[in-house]
Design a binder for this molecule. Structure first.
Ligand code: HEC
Length: 188
């Protein structure tokens, strides 16, 4: 009998609602510390917040026209650009940019090795990747066709470097190979 009473008291001490009701209970919230939203927040250290994917100074493709490419077309940049090209652009424009992917015709993706695109301003191409085009979705900001910020500003310049400095060469190499294959096939 005695031990049952003891057990009850112990049990009561552990029931939170009851424990809060004791006059000596204090709320941990009420203590001399800085509360959320209280006072002026300290400035975040520089570069501590990722801002990748935000367009830099421009807000549409027209404004991107004439932007100077800040990244030299070094081999390292071309290699990065090529990897990204195959991951993202190849799906519609073909892995060699020659408008030969299985969906090219379905969506009207154009050849990127033709004179038209090769003659485009680098800033315009960067802007096309950033904001999308008419059918092409954006890869720098969510755009009218949905779009994403899959490519950081630097990554977009690497792709521009690849498109302007190596894509045509790679595509030519590819066509030599496929021409050779074709002629073997036609000899049969
Ligand atoms: C989902 C399909 C799709 C993907 C992925 C895609 N494009 Fe396009 N792209 C298109 C289509 C369709 C057009 C032609 C119609 C238009 O302008 O929207 C086009 C047009 C272009 C043009 C010509 C713009 C102009 O001024 O006429 C460039 C340059 C281009 N794409 C580059 C790229 C690059 C570089 C990538 C990779 C980052 C890429 N595209 C990824 C579909 C795509």
């Amino acid at each position: 009998m005695k031990s049952t009473a003891k057990k009850l008291i112990v049990a009561a001490a552990f029931v939170p609602t009851v424990a809060f009701a004791w006059p000596w209970s204090t709320d941990m919230m009420n203590q001399p510390s800085i509360k959320p939203q209280e006072g002026t927040p300290a400035a975040f250290p520089k570069r501590s917040i990722p801002v990748m994917g935000n367009p830099t100074q421009v807000s549409n493709r027209e404004e991107a026209k004439g932007l100077k490419n800040p990244i030299e077309p070094t081999q390292a940049s071309l290699d990065k650009g090529k990897d990204l090209f195959k991951i993202i652009c190849g799906a519609c424009h073909g892995n060699t940019g020659k408008a030969d992917s299985p969906v090219t015709d379905k969506i009207g993706a154009i050849s990127l090795v033709d004179d038209y695109v090769q003659g485009l301003d680098e800033g315009w191409i960067w802007g096309t990747i950033t904001f999308g085009s008419f059918v092409m979705p954006a890869y720098g900001v969510p755009g009218p066709q949905g779009g994403s910020n899959d490519l950081s500003p630097e990554e977009r310049w690497h792709v521009v470097n690849y498109v302007k400095h190596q894509l045509v060469k790679d595509a030519a190499g590819d066509s030599v190979a496929s021409t050779a294959g074709d002629s073997v096939a036609s000899n049969e």
